[in-house]
Design a protein. Structure first.
Length: 340
């Protein structure tokens, strides 16, 4: 059987036309035309994605329009007509402590909940027997179905009396740390108790997302680590956790968003104050934006409602910033983890 290709030249290089002919021909991409149900599904999915942007823009426009009177009213007139602004001299002076308290409470809840959630997720995905893991995961997921009012009642009536001795011990032996300094509240209705309740509330979200990310770790990565002599914990440390890093960040940011906007549980537990204070065990120090809106809205006059909506606008911006930061972290690490 003879070859149609020309022999190579003296230097061993074939002519260019033979090289081009030897290359496999690329298949032309055929454009898929959606018809019938396929077209309907594509437009439905596109409309659902666009609806999210429309709703987001609508919420932002509503907040700006309703907060505009408070934003444009002179500070002296605003503080005179809105009695519950206290000693604040301007709207920014009033919103600042609320932003501080909101971020501090959410960060405290995140610090408490994230290690526990990761431990539960690792236990159910890599340590527990299948039946036990299934039942434990189901029980943890049930925590997300409990209303926030129930959490508020539990935190104020059950948890607060239980943690009073613990807070007193922290103040006595660790009072040199600013977080545990000051006078301990006799009712334990302080930000530390609120952070503990918020941690329980965001625990199911972080646990569920982290567990699913851990289960997506490639089996070959885990088996390769074990084959090299790694223990179970070493395998998790070198194979599972690096793969799930972006997923863990996403889970934590979801929990942080829930903690930032929580209203009723904070309102029912916390003894509020409007200070820039890191004292977590002393009453009358901090307040959150959402709880303050719920407390002041029923008796607010029109200008007061506008001021409350202005604080809601601040919370909206904080939430956007947190989510954008989380997306940036996930996008930067997605090539090295399970986010892709």
């Amino acid at each position: 059987m003879t070859s149609t290709q020309s022999p190579p030249t003296q230097d061993g290089v074939r002519p260019a036309e033979d090289v081009e002919s030897a290359r496999p021909s690329r298949r032309r991409r055929t454009r898929v035309v959606d018809k019938g149900a396929s077209r309907l599904f594509r437009w439905t999915a596109t409309g659902a994605g666009a609806l999210i942007l429309v709703v987001l823009v609508a919420v932002a426009a509503f907040l700006v329009l309703r907060a505009w009177p408070a934003l444009t009213t002179p500070a002296a007139e605003l503080t005179e007509k809105v009695s519950w602004m206290g000693e604040a001299t301007s709207l920014l002076d009033f919103v600042g402590p609320l932003i501080f308290g909101t971020v501090l409470a959410a960060a405290l809840a995140l610090v408490i909940a994230t290690p526990i959630a990761l431990g539960i997720a690792l236990f159910t995905s890599h340590y527990a027997p299948r039946r036990l893991a299934s039942g434990l995961g189901y029980l943890v997921d049930l925590l997300a179905a409990i209303p926030s009012v129930v959490y508020g009642l539990w935190g104020g009536l059950v948890l607060a009396p239980m943690v009073k001795p613990v807070w007193a011990w922290l103040n006595e032996y660790l009072g040199f740390i600013p977080f545990f300094a000051g006078t301990v509240s006799p009712t334990a209705r302080v930000l530390m108790t609120v952070g503990l309740v918020l941690a329980v509330m965001i625990l199911p979200i972080i646990t569920a997302v982290s567990r699913e990310v851990f289960l997506q770790t490639p089996r070959l990565h885990e088996e390769a680590a074990l084959a090299l002599g790694a223990t179970r914990w070493e395998m998790i440390r070198v194979a599972v956790l690096p793969f799930a890093r972006s997923g863990i960040v996403s889970a934590a940011m979801l929990g942080l968003g829930r903690a930032l906007g929580e209203t009723m549980a904070v309102l029912m537990i916390l003894s509020p104050g409007f200070l820039y204070s890191f004292k977590l065990l002393e009453a009358g120090q901090q307040q959150t934006i959402a709880a303050n809106i719920a407390a002041q809205f029923p008796e607010a006059n029109p200008l007061g409602v506008s001021a409350l909506i202005a604080t809601g606008l601040a919370l909206f911006v904080i939430t956007l910033v947190v989510n954008m930061a989380a997306r940036a972290i996930v996008a930067r690490r997605k090539d090295f983890s399970g986010a892709n």
